[in-house]
Design a protein around this ligand. Structure first.
Ligand SMILES: Cc1ncc(COP(=O)(O)O)c(C=O)c1O
Length: 391
């Protein structure tokens, strides 16, 4: 890797994030510039810090309004939101679920909790997310829809119940095309929109294209509730069921404790929702700021110093640029840059180890994963925090 290019890149990142040489530049730090303290104090003053409270209902309403989802139901984190989303999509033990190998472990953990098994198909080079063409090809070669309308693996008959594309680092996938393939093959679409609040595809918010979508508000996301997640729905009935199941399936009553289903203690506490309400009030500022950062990176890397290329948002999309991405010329230069930047106080990281290379999923079916492997060898995330300090 070209040393001058590395040095100049780090100087640029430091200057952009206003970090002197003595300061470490984080990958993504939360920013609290609004009503966070006020709303948290309100929770403490009213004693509503736990699983009941006005902020929970408000956060659900506000997120639904912001994303255009019909309903939203909060969860303790994005992983539980995905788990619940997959259950509500009808995924059961022994089913196959198609997803991408280039994703965070939570996508595969959530479906594994149910006893389903992932199938990994390739991603597109420009979106870094599930490719509708690869999806269609895999289904053509391996699946059939039976006389009951169930999509099954042709060889072993296992139902292929759902498809979970992920909007990688905030860049929307070709989700409307994936939705078409899913409809054709009778497969439920569950969007992993954990990283993509504020990201649109042809003006429509990610997470709202399928029956169900899930988001994360972990501390490293564009907005945070400390820990938290949400499920997005396009109908009332499934949302009501989600609310019931995430609150221990308790039958509403003033004093009786009766539960009519195996439930989950997945409800987000009011104190976390309060943080979320305050953060959401500033989301337009945050996304705009992150997009300005992306523009600055794009300009800096326009002539590809040291062969480094900046991953701009795919055509037809507005990305929240959750984590900005550089593509290195090869794996060797990726590793050299990772070492150099982390040694010098600028936090960078490679993409997650591919899911099909992890021991729990190494037996799972895949296609060639050619683009996935190409990207995994080259992706580096660079500092992408909102660059606004509290005045
Ligand atoms: C792609 C993806 N899916 C799911 C999750 C799970 O979210 P959480 O960490 O809130 O459980 C995350 C976030 O961390 C993620 O990046």
């Amino acid at each position: 890797m070209n040393n001058t290019a590395c040095r100049k890149t780090l100087s640029f990142i430091r200057a952009l994030h206003g970090a002197p040489a003595t300061e470490r530049v984080p990958l993504h730090a939360p920013v609290f510039i609004g009503n966070e303290k006020k709303y948290l104090e309100e929770c403490i003053d009213t004693t509503f810090v736990s699983s009941v409270g006005a902020f929970v209902d408000r956060f659900e309403r506000d997120i639904a309004a912001y994303t255009g989802a019909y309903r939203a139901v909060v969860c303790v984190n994005g992983t539980s939101a995905l788990h619940m989303a997959l259950m509500l999509a009808g995924v059961e033990r022994g089913d196959l679920v198609i997803t991408q190998a280039l994703t965070f472990i939570a996508t595969c953990n959530a479906l594994s909790y149910i006893g389903a098994e992932p199938v990994f198909v390739d991603v597109d080079l420009d979106t870094m997310g599930l490719s509708p063409d690869a999806l269609e090809d895999w289904l053509e070669s391996n699946a059939e829809v039976d006389s009951d309308g169930v999509c099954r693996h042709r060889k072993d008959g296992r139902p292929i119940k759902a498809c979970v594309p992920m909007h990688t680092f905030g860049h929307p996938v070709r989700i409307e095309e994936i939705a078409d393939v899913c409809r054709k093959w009778h497969i439920e679409l569950v969007e992993d929109a954990a990283e993509s609040i504020g990201s649109l595809r042809y003006g429509k918010h990610t997470g709202t294209f399928g029956k169900i979508g899930a988001m994360s508000f972990n501390g490293n996301k564009t907005i945070t509730t400390g820990g938290g997640g949400i499920i997005l729905f396009n109908d009332n009935e499934t949302a009501d069921l989600a609310k019931h199941l995430t609150t221990q399936a308790k039958v509403p009553h003033r004093w009786e404790f009766v539960h009519d289903h195996i439930g989950y203690n997945y409800r987000m506490p009011n104190i976390n929702a309060a943080l979320g309400c305050a953060q959401l009030e500033n989301i337009d500022t945050f996304v705009e700021n992150k997009r300005e950062t992306a523009k600055a990176y794009r300009d800096f890397f326009a002539d590809e110093p040291g062969g480094m290329r900046f991953m701009a948002e795919p055509e037809g999309t507005r990305s929240n640029y959750w984590l900005c991405v550089l593509l290195m010329p090869d794996r060797k230069s990726r590793d050299e840059f990772l070492e150099y930047s982390n040694d010098n106080g600028v936090m960078t990281r490679p993409v997650w180890e591919l899911m099909n290379r992890l021991p729990m999923f190494s037996h799972c079916m895949t296609d060639s994963l050619a683009n996935t492997i190409y990207l995994a060898d080259r992706i580096v995330n660079i500092p992408s925090s909102v660059r606004i300090k509290k005045s």
